[in-house]
Design a protein around this ligand. Structure first.
Ligand SMILES: [Zn+2]
Length: 259
């Protein structure tokens, strides 16, 4: 078993760590602690199926168990970063929710590797618009067209157009945008209560400082597949999940339409 896999199993709570869930995730953990990494993992984590229908309106944290975190990765400016996230998920079983913009070729570049992860449910998809405009600055028809274009893109590329989840670019939305997104088939507006801070270029230390600040139970954490910094700290991020006994889940693990 490679080290990443072991880190992830540790992150899933298999080893029973109970540290680090401070109030609102603001309690910092020592960066160098690697509790339990030398112990064998007992079993592959089993994900609960989505038991609640997707809410209509805005969500910014997970309901339910306090040991779950939703890692959500946006945009996809860099094909190399999307490839790295895909490899990470494939090698470790890490569960991710992706919010691609169809205007970036990174997604078609990596579609062959991503598609099995989407089909298995390990990776969920949400709509982040096709071209990443500030939706509050464009008219109703333009909002609907950009969302619908990305819905078609997600359907054609990943078979994932039916996702209920919508994330407005820049977090910029209002009641009008929310209503149009819902009319386009995406009633659940996914904001966040934790961030890797990597919508701008960070050093690895800066990125890990954000992660230590925000990784916490019930968090919806936002990150980006834009700058390569995040790919240099994957092992540290997995170790942090393990230290805090956090289990990665997709938004669809939490909220799924009844079949
Ligand atoms: Zn974005």
């Amino acid at each position: 078993m490679d080290r990443r896999r072991l880190l992830l199993l540790t992150a899933a709570g298999v080893l029973g760590a109970t540290v680090g869930r401070g109030t609102a995730g603001l309690v910092e953990e020592p960066a160098t602690r690697h509790r339990g990494l030398l112990q064998p993992a007992a079993a592959t984590p089993v994900q609960p199926p989505g038991t609640m229908p997707p809410p209509v309106g805005v969500v910014d944290q997970l309901p339910g168990a306090a040991d779950r975190i939703a890692l959500t990765i946006d945009d996809g400016v860099s094909s190399e970063v999307v490839e790295a996230f895909t490899t990470l998920a494939t090698e470790t079983g890490l569960r991710l929710t992706l919010f691609p913009n169809g205007c970036y070729r990174s997604w078609t570049d990596n579609a062959r590797a991503l598609r099995p992860l989407v089909e298995s449910g390990q990776v969920a998809m949400g709509n982040h618009t096709f071209s990443h405009p500030d939706l509050c600055t464009i008219d109703d028809a333009a909002v609907a067209e950009d969302i619908s274009a990305n819905r078609r893109f997600l359907a054609d590329t990943f078979g994932a157009g039916e996702t209920p989840f919508f994330r407005p670019p820049y977090g910029s939305h209002d009641a009008r945008v929310d209503r149009i997104a819902a009319d386009c088939g995406h009633p659940t507006v996914v904001m966040w209560n934790g961030t890797l801070g990597d919508d701008r270029l960070l050093t690895p230390d800066q990125l890990m400082a954000s992660a230590r600040r925000w990784f916490a139970g019930r968090s919806i954490t936002i990150g980006h597949a834009n700058h390569p910094t995040v790919t240099t700290v994957f092992d540290q991020l997995l170790a942090l999940l393990a230290e805090r006994a956090l289990e990665s889940v997709t938004l669809a693990d939490v909220w799924a339409a009844p079949r």
